[in-house]
Design a protein around this ligand. Structure first.
Ligand SMILES: Nc1ncnc2c1ncn2[C@@H]1O[C@H](COP(=O)(O)OP(=O)(O)O)[C@@H](O)[C@H]1O
Ligand SMILES: [Mg+2]
Length: 342
């Protein structure tokens, strides 16, 4: 009896541990995905139009385009949920075209869903086709016919990064909504909100770093916050840069300034420190250098030369050339012509 109690205790502990880990593993991007249009931050004009569709019970076929992490999938699902209410599950389907890109997915799954009547009092169903630009051209043509034939029973929301990859006949049948990158205020507001909910100590420098690295992508920002907070430390710029394997822009800027002012040895030391001690990959570093070139205040001609050389270096590093050698040559080029050699 005693033994079995002990076993039970061990099991319980194990379960609690499991629960702990599975909860920690929960992705904050999913946990904090706004379920309703009213919870979506930013993208005001798009969201206003979608709210009108819901209010008026009229939803056209839609095409959502824009960069990753800018609320496209969230908005499509939220619109459907607001629209259907309780009958959401029965009248909504989401497919991801990057899994199956061929014509079969249109002929089978999409057609089968689209042609059956909506359930409950819903006037039509809604099908969200994520990453629709991954569909082959044949599949897109078949999709166009399906959209037309079953428009009465099913409205489609197609989502893609680039609308130019969607065939024109589909584009012309859709209301097109362009999602832009989220503003720094919107992202930092959301980061603070989630940090508070999750009891994360988020320093202002940590927010700055996340904004710098994620450039308007809310998904990337939340993922970075979650990864940085899993260290258990206060989330500062240092933690964020080290967990993302990227350089602090300050140190990149200083390295470029050193090169520009002729302090070539210092700038080479920084380069080695970044690559070998901090583990920043040369390809990321060249991109960051490109971003910081402006801060040097170079005269226009030299700036052009440096930007051109940067592009060349990025290509070479991408092709597998030695990162240290390539980036050192870029620093040398930046220093060329500077008179104050130390
Ligand atoms: N406007 C927003 N307000 C609040 N959270 C957002 C917003 N946009 C994106 N997110 C968060 O980022 C995640 C990714 O957004 P998603 O809509 O899937 O981006 P995508 O544009 O790539 O489809 C969501 O799960 C949600 O947590
Ligand atoms: Mg998406």
């Amino acid at each position: 009896m005693k033994e079995s109690k002990q076993i039970l205790a061990v099991k319980l502990k194990h379960l609690q541990d499991m629960e702990g880990t599975s909860m920690d593993l929960d992705l904050w991007t999913e946990k904090y995905r706004p379920p309703s249009l009213s919870g979506i931050i930013g993208q005001e004009s798009v969201i206003d139009s979608l709210k009108k569709f819901v209010e008026n019970k009229v939803v056209p076929h839609c095409l959502f385009t824009g960069p990753p992490g800018t609320s496209k999938t969230t908005a499509a699902m939220a619109m459907a949920r607001d629209f259907f209410g309780d009958s959401f599950e029965r009248n909504f389907m989401e497919l991801n075209a990057s899994d199956e890109r061929g014509i079969d997915v249109v002929r089978n799954q999409i057609k089968n869903f689209a042609r059956t009547m909506p359930s409950g009092n819903a006037p039509f169903k809604i099908l969200v086709l994520d990453e629709a630009d991954h569909l082959t051209s044949d599949a897109q043509h078949a999709l166009r016919r399906t959209m037309e034939s079953y428009a009465a029973s099913c409205r489609m929301v197609l989502i893609c990064n680039y609308s130019s990859r969607i065939i024109p006949p589909i584009q012309s049948r859709c209301a097109i909504f362009r999602f832009s990158k989220l503003s720094e205020d919107d992202i930092s507001g959301r980061l603070k909100f989630v940090a508070k909910k999750e009891n994360v100590d988020l320093a202002p420098t940590g927010i700055e770093a996340i904004l710098y690295l994620t450039e308007g992508d809310m998904r990337a920002a939340l993922n970075l916050l979650q990864a940085a907070s899993s260290t258990g430390e206060k989330v500062t710029d240092e933690v964020v840069y080290s967990i993302s394997g990227r350089a602090n822009p300050e140190s990149v800027r200083q390295m470029l300034i050193d090169a520009h002012k002729g302090r070539y040895v210092d700038s080479l030391d920084s380069l080695r420190d970044l690559i070998y001690r901090q583990g920043v990959s040369p390809i990321d570093l060249v991109k960051q250098m490109h971003r910081e070139v402006d801060s040097l205040g170079l005269e226009p001609h030299k700036r052009m030369v440096i930007l051109e050389h940067t592009a060349e270096i990025e290509f070479r590093v991408g092709e597998g050339a030695n990162g240290e050698i390539q980036l050192a040559s870029l620093l040398a080029r930046i220093g060329t012509g500077s008179d104050s050699v130390e």
